[in-house]
Design a protein around this ligand. Structure first.
Ligand code: AMP
Length: 505
């Protein structure tokens, strides 16, 4: 099934329901949304001359027209290449060239940024009269799509090296969507998803289930994450859902606007994409209530490897291993198989750390134009995630660190996340990241980069004493560096590579 069929049928059943909103303003009902999509799809095929399977890049700040564009691309049998608006111009150029995009649809400020590139890919600005004319033209009937037809080239966030294009098929996105309903939450008409995180990534993927079930896509007017604006939108839209990177939850709760804000309208905040520390999720549950669910996935298996359900986070308070569960990423998703294997590919027993691998309809077809990386990553139908973790006896997965972030000191593995979890329980520490530093005798040793709470100060001896109380001595960071902020990429992931580089200088 073509995933654009979600929109076609919602428009039949709920034509007058609100579909797209810009801030508090409803800008399209489902009938209008579907009409614009079918017309733009016609324009892409007939005026722009695109052929089935051609790639269309979407370089857009969060905007309601993103939804029209991406559904038109699918409706027309084309392939969407959503690109994070915050990337550097050289990264735009790389993705346009690597994906061989035949057209790029852009929001106006990004269209101007792209102009000097002189790329071979023509740019269509959504404020251009040409774009409006295309959205009002004749309608294209929905193109058929085979399950393995390419729908989305998902460029990985690339904390190191060049981003790779994970090839996501219609089947992959269908699987991710049905899995949302089975493991995350059901959706009713009128529920809203507020896109404070980039629509080109997790937030956009989690907009699709709301199209399937007649929810409202709300794009903040700022086009991004502003805690005060987000809280204002929450107060306006009942049953609002989110996809947040963990750092966004931290920022929302820590913002001045949060004190006294009414968060009753929140239906669910799904978080993932980076580690959520136990201390932080406890704080979030206290501040907002039992309205959280954690997912673990990656572009190569979008949003769908494991889940720590809302039930687990809110109801299972008295479980004897509550702390471990809060720090875990939950259990395997309904429609995938997850294994943890050693270097020879043999399943690890509970408690033993290995690489997480996953198999199911959500796993990508491979990397675009990169057979070598595909062969390395997808073996016998299993996706090798590059993430290290272990199962416990009850099937809960705890993520350790990506293999490259592991610290090996005197031949013993140190998982930075364990140290980070401990340091974050210190009241004066706001954020932390632990990396390995070269050591002549031990090979590596752990060091910690800390962001302290506003106005706080703390000396290394106190931190040492705190660590000695809570962890094995050899794991204790050998030095602490205080920073104003941790270096992060555009998805809020801490750039450990940057931190390691600082140590070399
Ligand atoms: P991306 O492909 O950009 O979405 O990045 C995926 C990577 O983010 C995964 O391979 C993990 O290393 C990390 N990640 C995703 N979800 C979580 C989570 N819930 N907790 C910790 N790390 C996560």
């Amino acid at each position: 099934m073509n995933i654009a069929n979600f929109l076609v049928r919602t428009a039949v059943t709920f034509p007058d329901h609100a579909a797209l909103a810009h801030g508090k303003e409803i800008v399209a009902t489902y009938r209008q949304f579907a009409d614009q999509v079918a017309a733009l799809a016609y324009g892409l095929r007939h005026s722009k001359g695109l052929q089935k399977g051609d790639r269309v890049a979407l370089i857009m700040k969060n905007h309601p027209q993103y939804w029209v564009s991406v559904f038109a691309v699918w409706h027309a049998g084309l392939v969407a290449v959503p690109v994070n608006a915050k990337l550097h111009i050289s990264e735009f150029a790389y993705i346009l060239e690597n994906s061989e995009a035949r057209l790029c649809i852009a929001t106006p400020e990004l269209a101007s940024t792209l102009a000097p590139l002189g790329s071979d890919t023509p740019v269509l600005d959504i404020t251009d009269p040409d774009y409006a004319a295309l959205c009002a033209g004749p309608a294209l009937p929905l193109e058929d799509a085979a399950p393995n037809d390419l729908a989305w080239l998902f460029y990985t966030s690339g904390t190191t090296g060049k981003p790779k294009g994970a090839m996501l098929s219609h089947r992959n996105i269908l699987s991710c969507t049905t899995s949302y309903f089975s493991d995350v939450t059901p959706i009713n008409p009128g529920d809203a998803v507020i896109h404070a995180a980039p629509q080109t990534h997790g937030s956009g993927i989690y907009g699709i289930p709301l199209v399937a079930k007649a929810g409202i896509q709300v794009t903040p007017e700022s086009g991004g994450f502003d805690p005060a604006e987000t809280l204002d939108l929450i107060a306006h839209y009942p049953n609002s859902c989110f996809f947040f990177a963990p750092t966004m939850i931290h920022r929302l709760i820590g913002s001045n606007a949060f004190a006294g804000a009414n968060t009753e309208n929140i239906k669910l905040i799904v978080y993932g994409g980076g580690p959520m520390y136990e201390a932080d999720i406890r704080r979030a549950l206290d501040a907002i209530g039992p309205k959280f669910c954690q997912i673990y996935g990656q572009g190569e298996a979008p949003m769908t490897i494991t889940v720590l359900t809302q039930w687990e986070l809110s109801e299972n308070h008295n479980h004897p291993r509550r702390a471990e569960r809060l720090a875990s990423v939950g259990t395997e998703r309904t429609d995938v198989e997850v294994r943890i294997v050693d270097e020879e590919g043999r399943p690890c027993s509970p408690g033993t750390v290995g690489e997480i691998i996953v198999r199911g309809d959500v796993v990508m077809l491979g990397y675009w134009k990169n057979e070598e990386a595909t062969r390395d990553t997808v073996r016998d139908g299993w996706l090798y995630t590059g993430d290290m973790g272990c199962f416990d006896e009850d099937g809960f997965v705890t993520l350790k660190d990506r293999s490259k972030d592991l610290i090996i000191s005197g031949g013993t593995n140190i998982y930075p996340r364990e140290i980070e979890e401990v340091l974050l329980t210190h009241p004066k520490i706001d954020e932390v990241s632990v990396v390995g530093r070269r050591h002549p005798d031990w090979g590596e040793e752990a060091v910690a980069f800390l962001v302290l709470a506003k106005g706080a100060s703390v000396d290394p001896q106190t931190l040492d004493a705190f660590c000695n109380e809570h962890m094995a001595r050899f794991k204790r960071p050998k030095e602490y560096f205080m920073l104003e902020a941790l270096p992060k990429n555009n998805y809020g992931k801490v750039l450990k590579t940057d931190l390691r580089k600082r140590l070399e200088n």
